[in-house]
Design a protein around this ligand. Structure first.
Ligand code: AMP
Ligand code: ZN
Length: 483
């Protein structure tokens, strides 16, 4: 496939260190709050990428960290510890906060059909490995101890920033307005590998280290976790675009200095989901989450569909209206799949193979998921029988993960149940879920309407509404459903 590489600013033919095998790493969530739907946009697109690589036949080893220590509210070692902020906000311990939000994250992922990576490693579970790596960096002269902390020395690198053409001013990360400059840093881009002299008196999680009791900086976790589970040569590193700098830049600095050779050639960054008001941020408190979408009556997979309709390298604006449009299109798509008859013909393997090529053409062009979605509509119109159409859709959905066949089967079953339970009386057909009490009320209302007793008809409609029943008048009868 051709994939845009943030490291070279070009679309490149995807290659791996070991043919046929992809070592893939994803920056995981900082578990001090619910993931917002912006964070989840990144995880949806990374999930599609992983599944697409498997679809192309790669054996993928995907690793993800869980940041449960060391991430400060400023990405460059300034501000407060995010986990401590969460613990204080909720009067819980840091580990309770970490467990609660890690579970919540995977529950969101389950609802969005995001597969769990092969390895998920919380940072707090690998402290000895971080210490080994920091010791190695000190031995090789890439790090120094100052004021009790250990810092990475960026002046020792041949090249520091690689993702964007930052100008010098942008790189002054330690001297942002309102942020206290860390006087221990020899160079303004140096970053903390290990904190011992913390400004946070009440830092909950601390470990012994050769430099005293303390805790790791944020960036070291991804370098060390990837090294342990992906090995020395990583093929593909993913994250949201805000991770590119300084986090990914610093990961490269650490890993390449430690290993003494190039580390990861291919970088995949998902652009942000924004609201019309601007950036979505966990730290702002009230954000849009998967449970919020559900409370508003949306199927989380409608949100996945919404994300797939646009390209991962374009910022995406979330509005309820945009989600409504996606949810409507998703429901129609399911209805069209439900209208296909699985018993119509035998699956034609040659046609499925031909359509597989079409899908690959779309998706291998820098993961063009909107064309991938278009391919679903083409499959519905394929000149073949329904069994083959369904096989093509199932094949595409192994990557897109919209549960199309499951939802269509569910819809077919509901429709069959409703049809079987239709009650016909005085020329009125009542179709619902086979509840005689409700059917009787619906019939009474229909008769009241016939007799032009509209007040009574409205009264019965209201009574049914109170019971959570919604009515739709159709020709020759009434259809009801529970809402
Ligand atoms: P965090 O939990 O803050 O460490 O972020 C988890 C992931 O979500 C990272 O890969 C971020 O780059 C990504 N991310 C953060 N905000 C957004 C956003 N608004 N849209 C898409 N991805 C985001
Ligand atoms: Zn990371």
């Amino acid at each position: 496939m051709y994939l845009y590489n943030s490291a070279t600013h070009k679309k490149e033919l995807f290659r791996t260190h070991t043919p046929g095998r992809v070592e893939m790493y994803t920056c995981g969530p900082t578990v001090y709050h619910f993931a917002h739907i912006g964070n989840l946009r990144s995880y949806i697109m990374e999930d599609v990428l992983e599944k697409y690589l498997r679809y192309e036949g790669y054996d993928v080893n995907r690793v993800m960290n869980i940041t449960d220590v060391g991430h400060l509210s400023g990405d460059s070692d300034d501000g407060e510890d995010k986990m401590l902020l969460g613990a204080r906000r909720e009067h819980k311990t840091v580990m309770e906060i970490a467990k609660f939000y890690t579970d919540a994250f995977f529950e969101d992922c389950r609802k969005l059909n995001i597969k769990t990576p092969d390895t998920v490693q919380p940072a707090t579970g690998l402290i000895p490995e971080f210490i080994t790596m920091i010791e190695g960096l000190l031995d090789k002269g890439y790090a120094y101890v100052a004021g009790g902390n250990v810092y990475f020395d960026t002046s020792k690198l041949q090249r520091y920033h690689i993702f964007f053409d930052h100008d010098e001013e942008d790189l002054q990360v330690g001297v942002r307005e309102g942020v206290e400059e860390d006087v221990n840093k020899r160079n303004k881009n140096d970053f903390v590998l290990w904190f011992t002299k913390s400004k946070f008196e009440d830092q909950a999680l601390k470990w012994d280290s050769p430099w005293g009791v303390g805790y790791p900086g944020w960036h070291i976790e991804c370098s060390a976790i990837s090294l342990k589970y992906n090995g020395e040569y990583l093929d593909l590193h993913c994250g949201g675009i805000d991770n590119a700098f300084p986090h990914h830049t610093n990961e490269i600095a650490q890993s390449e200095s430690y290993l003494g050779h190039p580390w990861c050639p291919q970088w995949f960054h998902v652009h942000h989901l924004n609201t019309p008001e601007g950036k979505m941020s966990k730290s702002k408190g009230k954000t849009l989450t998967v449970p919020t979408l559900e409370e508003e009556g949306y199927d989380p997979l409608a949100y996945r569909f919404f994300c797939l309709q646009s390209h991962y390298r374009k910022a995406l604006v979330f509005t309820w209206e945009n989600l409504d449009n996606a949810a409507g299109a998703y429901a129609k798509l399911i209805a069209r799949v439900a209208a296909l008859k699985p018993e119509d013909g035998e699956t034609d393997a040659a046609v499925v193979a031909e359509y597989r090529q079409r899908f690959m053409k779309a998706m291998s062009a820098d993961l063009n998921t909107s064309l991938g979605v278009t391919a679903l509509y083409d499959a519905l119109k394929a000149k073949t029988n329904d069994a083959t159409r369904l096989a093509i859709l199932a094949d595409y959905d192994s990557v897109l993960s919209l549960s199309l066949l499951e939802k269509a089967a569910q819809k077919r079953a509901e429709e069959a149940k409703a049809a079987a339970s239709a009650t016909v009386s005085s020329g009125v057909t009542v179709t619902g879920e086979g509840d005689p009490e409700i059917d009787a009320l619906v019939l009474q209302r229909a008769q009241a309407k016939k007799a032009k007793n509209f007040a009574e008809a409205d009264r019965i409609r209201d009574e049914l509404k109170m019971k959570g029943i919604e009515l739709t008048d159709v020709s020759g009868g009434v259809v009801w459903k529970r809402i």
